[in-house]
Design a binder for this molecule. Sequence first.
Ligand SMILES: [Fe+2]
Length: 280
Amino acid sequence: MSATASLLFRQLFEPISSTCTYLLGCPETGQAVLVDPVLPTWQRDLEVLGSLDLRLVATIETHIHADHLTSASLLKREVGSRIAVAALDALPCADIGIEDGVPLQFGSLRLQPMHTPGHTDHHFALLCGDRLFTGDALLIDGCGRTDFQSGDAAMLYRSVRGKLFALPGETLVYPAHDYQGRRVSSIEQERQRNPRLGGDRTIEEFVALMAGLDLPYPKFIDYAVPGNLQCGACPPGLPEHLRHFCEPAQTLDSSAGAVPASRAAPGSPVTSPGQSTPTP
Ligand SMILES: [Fe+2]
């Protein structure tokens, strides 16, 4: 039986930061995990788990996020889920240290962590059968930025092309973000068509491309990173215009449906190899 033969799976969307949270569940044991859960949608996520008769046993971070707060601590407090982050981050609030190639097993659910530095130095992608959760290392037609949090474009190039693109072409690519309503791709599609990393792009070209993006300073990074180093603490002194990153959202769609126009990331520009989106 393949690793995903009996997998329960939902792709959930958080529109404030355009984050995709992934629910993976084992139908035999009722154990479930959330990959990259987001603070404002924690209640929605628990409702979806409940509707599937699943019990949240762990939350898993692909990396220390700079554009949203994780709900890991809050969910641990509410339902006792354990918190998994990169072992290299050595966070006192973590219960499980993610290590390269050391599987995470929850009932029949088995996730293979792949260390994919470049967006951040301790970033992990997670492989579950034929599904790959790429975090911010590889996005659909894009990639995460490399100019903060120990980012390194050459390292990201090697992670994506050397590790992720080496997977079977039919492997499904589930990114941590998308700003244009796209939800899934494949390794083959990204290998061929990703405008930053695909085709015959050289490492020199990629490094120059990333260096020339001229992206704006991330508006939430100064609060998100310290908050996420505490596994999702709402930082003190948060300005009024950033409060929605901390507050529960009551009216969000419970599916990975379309982004409500009023909540979509503002001014998502047209895709190009250089600057495709509000890059995480
Ligand atoms: Fe990120």
